[in-house]
Design a protein around this ligand. Structure first.
Ligand SMILES: NC(=O)c1ccc[n+]([C@@H]2O[C@H](COP(=O)([O-])OP(=O)(O)OC[C@H]3O[C@@H](n4cnc5c(N)ncnc54)[C@H](OP(=O)(O)O)[C@@H]3O)[C@@H](O)[C@H]2O)c1
Length: 355
């Protein structure tokens, strides 16, 4: 049986090891086998490795955000476009989490054929590897979480066409950068929080107003009130920490804002506070590809061709990235860099195999 190199973890919290004798997965029905070009590192890789969340069996190989080249096809390997994939095509996306063979911190991994993207011609492979998890999470948050009408890439609204605000907590993070862009492209005026060093980045990605999240909570609420004139129905927590701030913001705005408020959050593990007249919908990308996640998979399948077009047109831009290594072994030090937060809004990526 042909084997490959991969990073493996024996049990929750164990020290990661490099192994060279991991069997290369065989693509089954609806799967494609991909030779890894670049992988990106996400907070969920740490959560899964440390606590075992979503991990189906041990030893476990992390890695879900990646780009590479198709080297083998399973039967019925149809794309989200309904077309057959071809060996040699370049793909990216978020792989199935915690399932054998799908883990991307390896020389080869599987994608579900209907849940990955073509690499747009204006993207390099590191940009592609930096985009899957953030863009899919942001799209789910906007369309499934906030209930915004799914975009038509051929008939986009004018800038600020809705004449209403959307608040993004954490515009500098990977999910936040895409959330601001998706909401802005959907016609919202976006106000977003970040540290002050990221204001320019946020504005370049469509934020109309920026607020320093390090200000006291009462100052943030006051800034939101004054920017939005007290009218705010949509908020997206892209950093999983802002329930309390959201409650106080919506409470302060309640006398001025009419109608139902909607809040979506990347925090899908904590219970959320009840906020009057507010629909709270956490985002759950975690079950991507699982056979019983029918609604999620259908939503993603519908979003992928639209998001691809927006990437290809340059309407939605990839994150800046920092290449922190050039081998499976280098993932170990790159992971530490990602956990330290030293690269700020830049996605930490590792090159695995030269194309
Ligand atoms: N539920 C799901 O399906 C799902 C999917 C993907 C991700 N997630 C979760 O979503 C969260 C974000 O993921 P990510 O990949 O976008 O993370 P990330 O890129 O690592 O986010 C880092 C950024 O967060 C910003 N930040 C930290 N605390 C903040 C605060 N209180 N207010 C505003 N900004 C703050 C930092 O900004 P500065 O650099 O300016 O300090 C930093 O740029 C993680 O907890 C992740 O596990 C959930």
């Amino acid at each position: 049986m042909p084997t490959m190199k991969a990073l493996t973890i024996a049990s929750p919290g164990a020290t990661p090891q490099i192994a060279s004798d991991i069997p290369i997965p065989m693509p089954g029905p609806g799967q494609i086998l991909v030779k890894t070009s670049y992988v990106a590192i996400n907070p969920v890789d740490t959560t899964m490795s440390t606590y075992g969340a979503m991990v189906q069996s041990w030893p476990f190989t992390p890695g879900c955000d990646a780009a590479g080249t198709i080297v083998a096809l399973g039967p019925d390997a149809l794309s989200a476009w309904g077309t057959a994939w071809v060996e040699g095509e370049r793909v990216f996306g978020c792989t199935r989490l915690g399932a054998q063979g799908y883990a991307a911190w390896a020389e080869y991994f599987l994608f579900d054929a209907a849940l990955c993207f073509h690499v747009p011609s204006n993207f390099d492979m590191a940009q592609a590897a930096s985009t899957g998890v953030g863009l899919l999470t942001a799209s789910l948050g906007a369309f499934a979480g906030l209930g915004v009408d799914i975009l038509d890439a051929e008939d986009m609204p004018e800038k600020d066409a809705r004449g209403e605000w959307a608040l993004v907590f954490g515009g500098a993070g990977s999910v936040g950068q895409f959330a601001m862009q998706v909401l802005s492209v959907a016609g919202f005026s976006v106000v977003a929080t970040s540290s002050s060093k990221s204001f320019e980045l946020l504005e370049s990605l469509g934020a109309v107003e920026t607020i320093d999240y390090k200000l006291p909570a009462s100052d943030i609420v006051e800034r939101v009130r004054s920017i939005t004139n007290g009218k705010l129905n949509y908020a997206f927590d892209a950093v999983s920490v802002n329930d309390e701030l959201l409650s106080s913001t919506f409470a302060a705005l309640a006398p001025m804002t009419e109608g139902v408020r909607r809040f979506t959050t990347t925090n899908d593990w904590d219970p959320h506070p009840e906020v009057a007249d507010t629909l709270v919908k956490p985002i759950q990308l975690g079950p991507i590809g699982q056979p019983d996640a029918v609604e999620l998979n259908d939503n993603l399948k519908a979003m992928i061709p639209i998001m691809y077009k927006l990437l290809e047109k340059g309407v939605i831009k990839p994150s800046e990235y920092a290449v922190e290594g050039e081998s499976i072994e280098d993932i170990l030090k790159a992971w530490e860099v990602q956990k330290s937060g030293a690269r700020g809004g830049r996605k930490v990526v590792v090159k695995i195999i030269e194309e």
